[in-house]
Design a protein around this ligand. Structure first.
Ligand code: SF4
Length: 343
């Protein structure tokens, strides 16, 4: 059986490759083709003898995902990719281009065990975690397909990255390594509904990447209705984990809140939100709140809030000195925005 290179640690690859290389410096050459030039076939490793290329191809796999669909937004050029895995499972990744920065929003799982009521990924039955290679390959393939250098990665696609912790951490190491991908920590974002022990473990790793905690409600009962399987973590402990993250990593925290008409978008909700942040000492320059107007698909049980109620909600937070932005969905016309990544 062939080994999938992107799933392997450096040592695993070195050990396996040593049995077929003729000279030690070949390893460096091969590594450069894989990670710097991001070649998808050993055929293209042109400074290696043909026989050696063949041996590598017989022993290793460089790509295992297939792009089976691609839809480009006519509004903002966002591209929604559908990938198929070797075991014939389907998931999505999104290419985004904002202010000259090209980013990929990656999936970390197939389906999502958290099952947020307003999210189409949550409606896809959780099948399995994506492997570390399958997460990295989304970025490689999209970079290759678009011909644009990727300099930002968001773990905001299908799945909860903190429930695929070890693979997420492996990929973060990979992305930050200057010898592998070399993305600035400020341009990597991990989003979580607040899997408290994992968020704390991530803080202890001190990668310095941006963390987004999705709150969606400041009322426990409503939050449990919106996030069906939040694994029992309450709002207070999630915010405490956020504070721990800021303290440990000295990086910024974003709190995300999907606004749904008549569900969590009242002025009373906004005031309660501001009071909660104040009580936790989370109104400061290290914290910002992203308000995401619910992105609707057909036949939804939820509705998009009106322009005025979004503005009002924002203004109440602003008045309390919260740094707050309204984040408009990208790629809405091709179902590529937050909460739209489903079948
Ligand atoms: S919002 Fe995130 S955590 Fe919730 S179901 Fe969708 S992908 Fe999963």
């Amino acid at each position: 059986m062939r080994n999938y290179v992107l799933d392997m640690t450096d040592n695993q690859f070195k050990t396996a490759a040593k049995s077929i290389i003729d000279k030690d410096y070949r390893l460096d050459q091969v590594t450069k083709w894989i990670y710097e030039k991001k070649m998808s076939s050993f055929e293209n490793f042109i400074n290696l003898p043909k026989g050696l290329r063949k041996k590598f191809a017989e022993r290793f796999l460089l790509r295992i995902l297939k792009i089976v669909n691609k839809e480009k937004s006519i509004i903002d050029d966002t591209i929604r990719y559908t990938f198929r895995t070797l075991d014939k499972k389907y998931f999505f990744a999104v290419f985004l281009s904002t202010n000259g920065r090209n980013s990929v929003c990656v999936s970390s799982q197939i389906g999502c065990p958290v099952m947020c009521a307003f999210c189409h990924s949550g409606k896809v039955k959780f099948t399995r975690n994506l492997s570390r290679g399958e997460i990295i390959e989304q970025i490689f393939q999209i970079e290759n397909d678009t011909g644009k250098r990727i300099s930002g990665v968001l773990f905001m696609g299908m799945g909860e990255p903190m429930l695929n912790f070890n693979n997420t951490v492996f990929v973060l190491d990979f992305l930050l390594s200057s010898k592998k991908f070399g993305i600035s920590k400020r341009h990597i974002t991990v989003s979580s509904v607040g899997i408290v022990p994992a968020v704390k473990k991530l803080a202890d790793k001190n990668f310095g990447i941006r963390l987004v905690l999705s709150l969606h409600s400041v009322d426990e009962k409503l939050r449990r209705r919106l996030i069906l399987n939040n694994l029992g973590f309450g709002i207070e402990e999630i915010l405490n984990a956020g504070k721990y993250y800021i303290k440990k990593t000295n990086s910024r925290l974003t709190i995300e809140y999907t606004l749904i008409e008549g569900v969590n978008d009242s002025t009373a909700d906004a005031h309660k939100f501001a009071r909660l942040l104040k009580r936790h000492g989370l109104i400061n320059s290290n914290v910002n709140v992203n308000l995401i107007p619910f992105n609707s698909l057909a036949n939804e049980e939820f509705r998009v809030p009106g322009y005025e109620s979004i503005q009002k909600f924002r203004d109440i937070l602003k008045f309390s000195r919260v740094t707050v932005n309204i984040r408009q969905g990208k790629g809405v016309d091709v179902n590529a925005a937050c909460g739209q990544l489903g079948y």
